[in-house]
Write a protein that binds this ligand. Structure first.
Ligand SMILES: C[S@@+](CC[C@H](N)C(=O)[O-])C[C@H]1O[C@@H](n2cnc3c(N)ncnc32)[C@H](O)[C@@H]1O
Length: 326
């Protein structure tokens, strides 16, 4: 039998707010209905998401707002710095960075910290190495330093186990991140966060913190490709797509991070206009069935899929399709 997952009070709060954030989008006034899912332990893949009632093919299961986002470095000023919505000259004539006053307001606390530092060396490093997770670490560090997030904000997410060699490879990025803050006169004191409940003091920008958040981003971050947009925008994007990066950025979520992978998934995740995630059923799902998405391109052959999942996510897939040898 499946058991409920035991999580801390803070984590419960985050989970509840993640639910309530998503619920407000779709609920009609006076008709609150929780999403038809629960997070429970699976037999062999850690925690997973299960249907609490029958879900029909095509049904929207729930939406989820990101915990944090960062735009791709190849899309400067063309997507909202907060929600990753595409910005056109028409949609945002006066604010280059944000698509709306709401996004500007929601970013204010951490953006005040972020905009104090010179990120050019750090961004050059990410660009030249093709790295995206350090950008999420930068955003998270700014959120923690500014008080917009707690130091254990993403601790509930599963980490990848990293070898000491992998941690050493992160040193350059860590050094550049720390340098940017130090040069911006952000003191060690400001980079320290106290967890009063646990009587712990954490150095936000320690090598250990950096490795710990990157190990979580590597498994849980989503690459955001928007499906929607204005017809004219789609045409101009299609024309430019040879050079342009298709992804508008990367984001980390709470609930969507609990979905396990299947090479023949019953659920998929889509982004229409911005980084708000929409989880939809691909086929009819029975009550009690696990909901699974796919992490990779499942049109590849079994060996290629297995290799990619082992390398990128650290697990050997034993979904029914892999077990059948397909
Ligand atoms: C995004 S997390 C999914 C939620 C995770 N099970 C948890 O407990 O937080 C991805 C991790 O879940 C596990 N996982 C996901 N799909 C799996 C599968 N098909 N088989 C085995 N493990 C899987 C792997 O450890 C993987 O690195």
């Amino acid at each position: 039998m499946y058991r409920w997952v035991s999580i801390s009070r803070l984590q419960k709060k985050q989970l509840v707010s993640s639910f309530s954030n998503t619920a407000t989008h779709h609920q009609k006034p006076n008709l609150p209905s929780p999403p038809p899912i629960r997070v429970s332990l699976t037999e062999s893949a850690g925690r997973g998401v299960f249907a609490t009632r029958r879900i029909e093919a095509g049904q929207l299961i729930h939406t989820a707002k990101p915990l944090l986002t960062h735009p791709s470095l190849s899309t400067p000023n063309s997507v909202c710095y907060f929600c990753l919505r595409r910005i056109t000259a028409n949609s945002s004539p006066h604010q280059l960075l944000f698509c709306s006053q709401d996004c500007k307001h929601n970013s204010k606390i951490f953006y005040d910290v972020e905009s104090r530092a010179d990120w050019s060396a750090f961004h050059d490093y990410c660009r030249s190495q093709g790295l995206k997770y350090p950008l999420l670490a930068k955003r998270l560090a700014c959120m923690i330093i500014s008080g917009a997030a707690s130091a254990d904000f993403i601790d509930i997410l599963q980490p990848e186990s990293l070898s000491s060699e992998m941690i050493s490879q992160m040193d350059e990025g860590f050094g550049l991140l720390r340098n940017a803050f130090t040069k911006a006169d952000i003191t060690d004191e400001q980079m320290t966060y106290r967890l009063y409940q646990l009587s712990l003091t954490l150095q936000v920008l320690s090598r250990q913190w950096y490795a710990s958040v990157l190990s979580r981003f590597r498994i849980n971050a989503f690459r955001i490709e928007l499906a929607g947009g204005l017809y004219e925008e789609l045409l101009s994007l299609a024309a430019a797509s040879i050079e342009a990066e298709i992804a508008v950025g990367n984001a980390v979520y709470m609930l969507p991070s609990f979905y396990n992978h299947d090479c023949d998934p019953n659920t998929h995740i889509v982004w229409i206009e911005n980084a708000d995630a929409r989880l939809k059923a691909l086929r009819d799902v029975e009550e009690g069935e696990e909901l699974r998405i796919c992490y990779i391109d499942v049109s590849m052959g079994r060996d290629a899929r297995q290799a990619l999942l082992a390398q990128g996510f650290g697990f050997r897939c034993n979904c029914p399709r892999c077990l059948s040898g397909d």
